[in-house]
Design a protein around this ligand. Structure first.
Ligand code: FES
Length: 264
């Protein structure tokens, strides 16, 4: 029997960017972009300042604590505050040790599918909201440099997992109270909550879900992947919540060090 191929031509009307009237929406559609711009700008300004200040990131044995800020962990420079390194040290690095590591968590967030959607909308107005005109007349997607680099997300995801393991280790170390034994302090709880939120953010990642359940023709042949996929899917539905919660909390965790008179 001959196969009849058919196609329907679809013609979209109007120029990209929409009609002269930006939108007919009467609600406060602009609120979400404004909040996104405000929170992300505040985070970038604060994290840049915190990364360059090169102090107030460790509370150590003198105070019977072993607490390190997530912005500086792992502390890899030989000039790190005594007690804050975990063995390996790079000699000759004179800048802030935070600058050695922040590219990984930053790259992970910057290339995140959810954040991309958010900052494309909020900063580029491309488009700013549903049923609101795009601010740009042309669109090339993520097919050219630099946006094609967004495809690195899955590799940043792997790096993010390594950092989650390290920050979980820091959270466990935070139960140590040198000179006293083991115990729980406010710092312990803060580092534990931070590690949990970062795990939730990573495990709810779209790349993670694809890694477990993608390119599988039948889950019957992959029962383990099916279990992971079933576990991750409800987390994935809440990725946006985990993205914001972990972002704000990791900044607040560092704030608790930056403004602590006992931190070095
Ligand atoms: S999609 Fe957001 S972290 Fe991967």
């Amino acid at each position: 029997m001959a196969v009849v191929e058919s196609s329907t031509n679809v013609v979209l009307g109007g120029a990209r960017g929409g009609p002269d009237v930006a939108t007919l929406r009467k609600d406060r559609w602009w609120l979400q972009p404004v909040v996104t711009v405000s929170v992300l700008t505040a985070f970038v300004i604060y994290s840049t300042w915190a990364a360059f200040q090169n102090k107030n990131y460790y509370v150590g044995a003198l105070l019977h604590r072993d607490l390190i800020s997530p912005f500086y962990s792992p502390c890899l420079s030989s000039r790190c505050v005594p007690g804050s390194t975990s063995g390996f040290a790079i000699h000759g690095w004179t800048l802030s040790p935070a600058l050695l590591i922040l590219i990984f968590p930053l790259g992970f967030r910057l290339t995140c599918y959810y954040y991309r959607r958010s900052y494309y909308r909020a900063f580029w107005w491309s488009p700013p909201a549903c049923a609101v005109s795009d601010a740009h007349a042309s669109y090339s997607g993520e097919t050219r440099f630099p946006l094609i680099m967004q495809n690195l997300h899955r590799y940043f995801f792997y790096a993010g997992l390594v950092f989650n393991v390290l920050l979980s280790y820091d959270a466990i170390r935070a139960f140590r109270q040198p000179g006293l034994g083991w115990g729980v302090t406010v710092g312990t709880l803060v580092l534990c909550a931070n590690a949990v939120l970062l795990w939730l953010y990573s495990l709810s990642c779209h790349a993670c879900r694809h890694l477990c359940g993608g390119q599988v023709k039948s889950f019957k042949a992959h029962p383990l992947r099916y279990r992971f996929w079933k576990f991750l899917t409800p987390l994935n539905a809440k990725h946006m919540n985990f993205a914001w919660a972990s972002l704000v909390f990791v900044a607040l965790t560092d704030v608790s060090f930056a403004w602590s008179p006992r931190a070095h």
